[in-house]
Design a protein around this ligand. Structure first.
Ligand code: CP
Length: 303
Protein backbone atom coordinates (compact mmCIF):
# COMPACT_ATOMS: atom_id res chain seq x y z
CA UNK A 1 0.00 0.00 0.00
CA UNK A 2 1.60 3.27 -1.13
CA UNK A 3 -1.46 5.52 -0.94
CA UNK A 4 -4.93 5.20 0.55
CA UNK A 5 -7.44 6.58 -1.93
CA UNK A 6 -10.22 3.99 -1.76
CA UNK A 7 -10.96 1.55 1.07
CA UNK A 8 -10.56 -1.29 -1.45
CA UNK A 9 -6.90 -0.26 -1.92
CA UNK A 10 -6.22 -2.33 1.19
CA UNK A 11 -6.86 -5.99 1.86
CA UNK A 12 -8.86 -7.34 4.79
CA UNK A 13 -5.56 -8.60 6.24
CA UNK A 14 -4.14 -5.07 6.07
CA UNK A 15 -7.30 -3.69 7.73
CA UNK A 16 -6.98 -6.31 10.50
CA UNK A 17 -3.32 -5.33 10.98
CA UNK A 18 -4.21 -1.61 11.18
CA UNK A 19 -6.91 -2.39 13.77
CA UNK A 20 -4.41 -4.46 15.78
CA UNK A 21 -1.86 -1.61 15.67
CA UNK A 22 -4.51 0.94 16.69
CA UNK A 23 -5.53 -1.25 19.63
CA UNK A 24 -1.88 -1.58 20.64
CA UNK A 25 -1.45 2.22 20.45
CA UNK A 26 -4.51 2.61 22.72
CA UNK A 27 -3.01 0.15 25.23
CA UNK A 28 0.64 1.29 24.99
CA UNK A 29 0.80 4.90 23.74
CA UNK A 30 4.31 5.46 25.09
CA UNK A 31 5.71 2.84 22.68
CA UNK A 32 4.81 5.05 19.74
CA UNK A 33 5.63 8.61 20.75
CA UNK A 34 8.99 8.81 18.94
CA UNK A 35 8.18 6.63 15.92
CA UNK A 36 7.87 9.50 13.44
CA UNK A 37 10.51 11.83 14.81
CA UNK A 38 11.73 14.09 11.95
CA UNK A 39 8.81 13.07 9.71
CA UNK A 40 6.31 15.64 8.45
CA UNK A 41 2.63 15.27 7.59
CA UNK A 42 0.97 17.84 5.31
CA UNK A 43 -2.79 18.30 5.71
CA UNK A 44 -4.23 19.87 2.55
CA UNK A 45 -7.88 20.64 3.21
CA UNK A 46 -9.68 22.28 0.30
CA UNK A 47 -12.97 21.66 2.17
CA UNK A 48 -13.90 22.28 5.84
CA UNK A 49 -13.17 19.67 8.50
CA UNK A 50 -12.87 19.41 12.26
CA UNK A 51 -12.34 15.74 13.10
CA UNK A 52 -10.43 14.45 10.11
CA UNK A 53 -7.87 17.24 9.89
CA UNK A 54 -7.31 17.62 13.61
CA UNK A 55 -7.16 13.85 14.23
CA UNK A 56 -4.54 13.52 11.47
CA UNK A 57 -2.54 16.35 13.01
CA UNK A 58 -2.91 14.95 16.55
CA UNK A 59 -1.93 11.51 15.22
CA UNK A 60 1.32 12.79 13.70
CA UNK A 61 2.14 14.89 16.79
CA UNK A 62 1.53 11.85 19.06
CA UNK A 63 3.96 9.90 16.86
CA UNK A 64 6.64 12.54 17.48
CA UNK A 65 6.41 14.08 14.01
CA UNK A 66 5.46 17.54 12.75
CA UNK A 67 2.57 18.92 10.71
CA UNK A 68 2.13 21.65 8.12
CA UNK A 69 -0.64 22.51 5.69
CA UNK A 70 -3.76 24.57 5.13
CA UNK A 71 -7.37 24.27 6.18
CA UNK A 72 -9.06 26.14 3.33
CA UNK A 73 -8.21 26.49 -0.33
CA UNK A 74 -8.38 30.32 -0.10
CA UNK A 75 -5.20 30.35 1.96
CA UNK A 76 -3.28 28.36 -0.67
CA UNK A 77 -2.24 29.16 -4.24
CA UNK A 78 -5.23 27.11 -5.42
CA UNK A 79 -7.05 30.46 -5.08
CA UNK A 80 -4.70 31.81 -7.80
CA UNK A 81 -5.58 28.93 -10.12
CA UNK A 82 -2.82 26.44 -9.28
CA UNK A 83 -3.73 22.85 -10.18
CA UNK A 84 -4.03 20.09 -7.59
CA UNK A 85 -1.22 18.31 -9.37
CA UNK A 86 1.21 21.26 -9.03
CA UNK A 87 0.13 21.89 -5.43
CA UNK A 88 0.86 18.36 -4.26
CA UNK A 89 4.06 18.15 -6.28
CA UNK A 90 5.20 21.23 -4.37
CA UNK A 91 4.06 19.93 -0.99
CA UNK A 92 5.79 16.61 -1.69
CA UNK A 93 9.08 18.57 -1.61
CA UNK A 94 8.39 19.59 2.01
CA UNK A 95 6.48 16.70 3.60
CA UNK A 96 6.83 12.92 3.88
CA UNK A 97 3.11 12.17 3.60
CA UNK A 98 -0.03 14.08 2.58
CA UNK A 99 -3.62 13.86 3.84
CA UNK A 100 -5.93 15.66 1.44
CA UNK A 101 -9.62 16.58 1.38
CA UNK A 102 -11.15 18.03 -1.76
CA UNK A 103 -14.71 18.77 -2.95
CA UNK A 104 -14.05 17.12 -6.32
CA UNK A 105 -14.41 13.36 -6.59
CA UNK A 106 -11.14 11.82 -7.74
CA UNK A 107 -8.90 14.76 -6.76
CA UNK A 108 -6.85 12.72 -4.21
CA UNK A 109 -6.35 9.99 -6.82
CA UNK A 110 -5.08 12.58 -9.31
CA UNK A 111 -2.85 14.01 -6.57
CA UNK A 112 -1.32 10.60 -5.90
CA UNK A 113 0.12 10.53 -9.44
CA UNK A 114 2.27 13.61 -8.92
CA UNK A 115 2.91 13.95 -5.18
CA UNK A 116 6.01 11.75 -4.97
CA UNK A 117 5.02 10.86 -1.36
CA UNK A 118 2.08 8.79 -0.02
CA UNK A 119 -1.33 10.47 -0.39
CA UNK A 120 -4.29 9.73 1.87
CA UNK A 121 -7.80 10.58 0.73
CA UNK A 122 -9.36 12.49 3.64
CA UNK A 123 -12.69 12.76 1.78
CA UNK A 124 -13.41 13.56 -1.88
CA UNK A 125 -16.78 15.17 -2.63
CA UNK A 126 -19.68 12.74 -2.28
CA UNK A 127 -17.43 9.81 -3.24
CA UNK A 128 -15.23 8.20 -0.56
CA UNK A 129 -13.82 8.71 2.92
CA UNK A 130 -11.61 5.69 3.58
CA UNK A 131 -10.03 6.86 6.85
CA UNK A 132 -13.51 7.42 8.32
CA UNK A 133 -14.22 3.83 7.28
CA UNK A 134 -11.12 2.59 9.11
CA UNK A 135 -12.33 4.59 12.13
CA UNK A 136 -15.77 2.98 11.82
CA UNK A 137 -14.35 -0.54 11.47
CA UNK A 138 -12.15 -0.05 14.55
CA UNK A 139 -15.21 1.19 16.45
CA UNK A 140 -17.40 -1.73 15.34
CA UNK A 141 -14.65 -4.23 16.26
CA UNK A 142 -14.16 -2.67 19.69
CA UNK A 143 -17.87 -2.27 20.47
CA UNK A 144 -19.34 -5.43 18.87
CA UNK A 145 -16.25 -7.66 19.02
CA UNK A 146 -16.62 -8.64 15.35
CA UNK A 147 -16.91 -7.32 11.79
CA UNK A 148 -18.87 -10.33 10.49
CA UNK A 149 -22.39 -11.48 11.46
CA UNK A 150 -23.83 -8.00 11.85
CA UNK A 151 -27.01 -6.26 10.80
CA UNK A 152 -26.33 -2.58 10.18
CA UNK A 153 -28.82 0.16 9.35
CA UNK A 154 -27.61 3.24 7.47
CA UNK A 155 -29.98 6.17 8.01
CA UNK A 156 -30.26 9.60 6.41
CA UNK A 157 -28.45 10.98 3.39
CA UNK A 158 -27.23 7.82 1.68
CA UNK A 159 -26.89 9.54 -1.70
CA UNK A 160 -24.19 12.06 -0.86
CA UNK A 161 -22.83 10.38 2.28
CA UNK A 162 -19.29 9.40 1.34
CA UNK A 163 -18.74 7.74 4.73
CA UNK A 164 -21.69 5.46 3.97
CA UNK A 165 -20.37 4.58 0.51
CA UNK A 166 -16.91 3.67 1.81
CA UNK A 167 -18.21 1.66 4.77
CA UNK A 168 -20.64 -0.31 2.59
CA UNK A 169 -17.78 -1.17 0.23
CA UNK A 170 -15.63 -2.32 3.15
CA UNK A 171 -18.41 -4.44 4.66
CA UNK A 172 -18.90 -6.35 1.40
CA UNK A 173 -15.71 -8.18 2.38
CA UNK A 174 -17.04 -9.64 5.62
CA UNK A 175 -19.23 -12.71 6.15
CA UNK A 176 -22.94 -12.56 6.88
CA UNK A 177 -23.33 -8.77 6.87
CA UNK A 178 -26.91 -7.59 6.35
CA UNK A 179 -27.52 -3.98 5.37
CA UNK A 180 -30.69 -1.95 5.91
CA UNK A 181 -30.87 1.32 3.96
CA UNK A 182 -33.12 3.89 5.65
CA UNK A 183 -33.60 7.03 3.55
CA UNK A 184 -36.11 9.09 1.61
CA UNK A 185 -36.25 7.96 -2.02
CA UNK A 186 -34.41 11.11 -3.15
CA UNK A 187 -31.46 10.34 -0.85
CA UNK A 188 -31.06 6.60 -1.47
CA UNK A 189 -27.62 5.10 -2.20
CA UNK A 190 -26.26 5.45 -5.76
CA UNK A 191 -27.24 2.72 -8.22
CA UNK A 192 -23.62 1.57 -8.64
CA UNK A 193 -23.53 0.56 -4.97
CA UNK A 194 -26.79 -1.39 -5.26
CA UNK A 195 -25.33 -3.17 -8.29
CA UNK A 196 -22.24 -4.11 -6.29
CA UNK A 197 -24.32 -5.40 -3.36
CA UNK A 198 -26.46 -7.50 -5.74
CA UNK A 199 -23.47 -8.86 -7.65
CA UNK A 200 -21.84 -9.93 -4.39
CA UNK A 201 -25.05 -11.42 -2.95
CA UNK A 202 -24.97 -9.09 0.06
CA UNK A 203 -28.40 -9.07 1.68
CA UNK A 204 -29.86 -5.55 1.73
CA UNK A 205 -33.27 -3.99 2.13
CA UNK A 206 -34.57 -0.44 1.74
CA UNK A 207 -37.06 1.25 4.03
CA UNK A 208 -38.33 4.77 4.71
CA UNK A 209 -38.65 4.56 8.51
CA UNK A 210 -36.15 3.70 11.23
CA UNK A 211 -38.87 2.54 13.66
CA UNK A 212 -39.79 -0.42 11.42
CA UNK A 213 -36.31 -1.98 11.73
CA UNK A 214 -34.92 -0.61 15.00
CA UNK A 215 -35.38 -3.81 17.04
CA UNK A 216 -33.40 -5.89 14.50
CA UNK A 217 -30.23 -3.80 14.27
CA UNK A 218 -26.81 -4.45 15.81
CA UNK A 219 -25.55 -1.09 14.52
CA UNK A 220 -27.41 2.09 13.60
CA UNK A 221 -25.26 4.40 11.46
CA UNK A 222 -26.86 7.86 11.40
CA UNK A 223 -25.82 10.51 8.88
CA UNK A 224 -26.32 14.22 8.31
CA UNK A 225 -28.29 15.52 5.33
CA UNK A 226 -25.49 17.39 3.55
CA UNK A 227 -26.56 20.90 2.73
CA UNK A 228 -23.33 21.59 0.81
CA UNK A 229 -24.11 18.89 -1.77
CA UNK A 230 -27.62 20.11 -2.65
CA UNK A 231 -28.25 22.17 -5.78
CA UNK A 232 -31.51 23.49 -4.36
CA UNK A 233 -31.92 24.97 -0.84
CA UNK A 234 -35.68 24.22 -0.80
CA UNK A 235 -34.97 20.48 -1.27
CA UNK A 236 -32.46 20.56 1.58
CA UNK A 237 -34.95 22.27 3.93
CA UNK A 238 -37.66 19.77 3.00
CA UNK A 239 -35.44 16.74 3.65
CA UNK A 240 -33.08 17.82 6.45
CA UNK A 241 -35.22 16.68 9.41
CA UNK A 242 -36.60 13.47 7.89
CA UNK A 243 -34.94 11.39 10.63
CA UNK A 244 -34.30 12.52 14.19
CA UNK A 245 -33.13 9.85 16.63
CA UNK A 246 -34.61 10.36 20.10
CA UNK A 247 -34.66 8.21 23.27
CA UNK A 248 -38.27 7.23 22.47
CA UNK A 249 -37.26 5.80 19.10
CA UNK A 250 -34.69 3.60 20.86
CA UNK A 251 -37.23 1.92 23.15
CA UNK A 252 -37.40 -1.25 21.00
CA UNK A 253 -33.69 -1.31 20.16
CA UNK A 254 -31.29 -4.01 21.35
CA UNK A 255 -29.49 -3.36 24.63
CA UNK A 256 -26.27 -4.01 22.70
CA UNK A 257 -27.07 -1.63 19.81
CA UNK A 258 -24.08 0.45 18.70
CA UNK A 259 -25.21 3.94 17.60
CA UNK A 260 -22.70 5.50 15.23
CA UNK A 261 -22.41 8.79 13.34
CA UNK A 262 -19.32 10.09 11.51
CA UNK A 263 -20.25 13.62 12.73
CA UNK A 264 -20.75 16.53 12.42
CA UNK A 265 -24.40 16.19 13.40
CA UNK A 266 -27.03 18.84 12.94
CA UNK A 267 -30.47 17.66 14.20
CA UNK A 268 -30.45 13.96 13.32
CA UNK A 269 -29.50 12.72 16.79
CA UNK A 270 -31.11 14.45 19.75
CA UNK A 271 -28.50 15.45 22.33
CA UNK A 272 -30.59 13.47 24.87
CA UNK A 273 -29.26 10.32 23.19
CA UNK A 274 -25.67 11.26 24.06
CA UNK A 275 -25.96 9.86 27.60
CA UNK A 276 -27.28 6.50 26.35
CA UNK A 277 -24.48 3.93 26.82
CA UNK A 278 -25.19 2.72 23.28
CA UNK A 279 -24.14 6.10 21.81
CA UNK A 280 -20.71 5.45 20.28
CA UNK A 281 -20.17 8.52 18.11
CA UNK A 282 -17.75 10.28 20.42
CA UNK A 283 -15.87 6.99 20.81
CA UNK A 284 -15.56 7.06 17.00
CA UNK A 285 -14.00 10.51 17.28
CA UNK A 286 -11.33 9.16 19.67
CA UNK A 287 -10.74 6.03 17.60
CA UNK A 288 -10.14 8.22 14.54
CA UNK A 289 -6.83 9.45 15.90
CA UNK A 290 -5.55 5.97 16.79
CA UNK A 291 -6.37 4.36 13.45
CA UNK A 292 -4.79 7.33 11.60
CA UNK A 293 -1.65 6.85 13.69
CA UNK A 294 -1.60 3.21 12.58
CA UNK A 295 -2.13 4.26 8.95
CA UNK A 296 0.68 6.85 9.00
CA UNK A 297 3.08 4.21 10.41
CA UNK A 298 2.04 1.75 7.71
CA UNK A 299 2.36 4.19 4.78
CA UNK A 300 5.71 5.52 6.03
CA UNK A 301 6.86 1.93 6.60
CA UNK A 302 7.86 2.75 10.17
CA UNK A 303 8.35 -0.39 12.29
N1 CP B 1 -16.29 12.70 10.03
C1 CP B 1 -15.71 13.75 9.39
O1 CP B 1 -15.21 13.64 8.27
O2 CP B 1 -15.74 14.93 10.11
P1 CP B 1 -15.08 16.30 9.65
O3 CP B 1 -15.83 16.76 8.43
O4 CP B 1 -15.22 17.22 10.81
O5 CP B 1 -13.64 16.00 9.29
Amino acid sequence: MKNLIDILDITTEEIDALIDTANDIIENPGKYNEKCRHKKLATLFFEPSTRTRLSFEAAMLDLGGSVLGFSESNSSSASKGESVSDTVRTVGCYADIIAMRHPKEGAPLAASFSAGVPVINAGDGGHNHPTQTLTDLLTIKRECGRLSDIKIGFCGDLKFGRTVHSLIMALTRYENVEIVLISPEELCIPQYLKDILRSQNIKFTETRTMESVMSELDILYMTRVQRERFFNEADYIRLRDTYILTPEKLEDAKKTLCIMHPLPRVNEISTEVDVDPRACYFKQVKNGKFIRMALILKLLEVK
